[in-house]
Design a protein around this ligand. Structure first.
Ligand code: RIB
Ligand code: CA
Length: 318
């Protein structure tokens, strides 16, 4: 049985590839997509979500827009974040994409998540956030029962080694640390697919060649996304090949062998002057607190990229 997921995204080039993987992999049923402000302002991440959904043929599922601003902190803007330039002015610069083939669902993202989870069986849905966690925190506060009904939360965000916006904090967590703290501290199982894992998922020249060899409209779009994302990743973070962060969260739902994870105590720092937004991860039991969540540690690089390439081929045929 395919695993039913609700993707919560802020496209974002790697969010776009996560949507493509979710649509193109037979182990996943992409039940809905919700958008959140993050890589760009909400109107742009929502427009990008609709365009990518149209591109990959996800035109028969509900897509709802969510939070325009973080719960408490000021919004990170391009001006004060080195991450601002990575996705470009539109949030998804590069190839021309189709105009949306569908209307937005009129509900707020949080309400759509609640409605699907409450109407489904317990454990039917997995939440896969790949942007700031504002919508997820709003949904669990609006309807606390979803915490016990959701199968698990598998999110791209955080890191147990080093952040990418500050030394302590990764962008998705830093952008709304209070929302992230609520999500990590709730009683559901959270799997943190952080930078420690996603920096293993880099698009090397050999991988780029395999994608180009598919030679379809979709593969050409992905290739152009990687060109744009890669160029900025190199200039901003001095990484020669771009890491496809968000697709790793979908890959974890597909296979726990492709994205391995270890149990740990994980919470989010919201008061530290220098460490605000850090995902504090205790693998050793130093705090004597229960290992409430999981942290992704090891990627099967070849199997991961096989998933992506197979999904590009599948979506290309649809
Ligand atoms: O730090 C990486 C994360 O921030 C990814 O989700 C990327 O899309 C950006 O949102
Ligand atoms: Ca993202």
């Amino acid at each position: 049985m395919p695993k039913k997921i609700i993707l919560d995204v802020d496209p974002g080039h790697d969010d776009a590839i996560a949507i493509l993987l979710a649509k193109g992999n037979p182990e996943i049923e992409l039940a809905a997509i919700t958008s959140v402000a993050g890589n760009q302002i909400l109107s742009k991440t929502t427009y990008n979500t609709l365009r990518v959904a149209t591109l990959v043929g996800a035109t028969d599922i509900p897509i709802a827009a969510g939070a325009e601003f973080p719960l408490v902190r000021d919004q990170i803007t391009d001006a004060d974040s080195i991450a601002g330039s990575v996705h470009g002015e539109s949030g998804l610069d590069g190839p021309v994409l189709p105009e949306p083939a569908m209307e937005l669902d009129p509900r707020h993202a949080a309400q759509l998540i609640i409605d699907l989870v409450m109407a489904g069986e317990p454990g039917e849905y997995t939440l896969v956030p790949t942007g700031p966690l504002t919508n997820i925190a709003l949904a669990m506060r609006l309807q606390p029962e979803i915490v016990t009904r959701v199968k698990e939360v598998v999110l791209m965000g955080g890191a147990y080694t080093q952040g990418n916006v500050t030394p302590a904090a990764e962008f998705n967590i830093l952008a709304d640390a209070e929302a992230a703290a609520a999500v990590f501290n709730a009683d559901w199982q959270v799997t943190m697919v952080g930078l420690d894992l996603t920096h293993q998922a880099v698009a090397t020249p050999e991988i780029r060649e395999r994608i180009r060899a598919i030679d379809t409209d979709i593969s050409r779009v992905v290739d152009e996304w990687l060109d744009f994302f890669g160029a900025n990743y190199d200039s901003v973070w001095k990484m020669p090949y771009p890491p496809i962060h968000d697709a790793c969260a979908v890959a974890r739902v597909i296979s726990a062998d492709i994205v391995k994870a270890e149990k740990a105590f994980i919470t989010v720092e919201t008061a530290g002057k220098w460490t605000y937004g850090e995902t504090v991860t205790d693998f050793l039991g130093a705090y004597g607190l229960p290992f409430n969540n999981l942290a992704a540690t090891e990627l099967d690089f070849d199997a991961f990229w096989d998933l992506i390439i197979d999904a590009i081929k599948t979506v290309s045929k649809s």
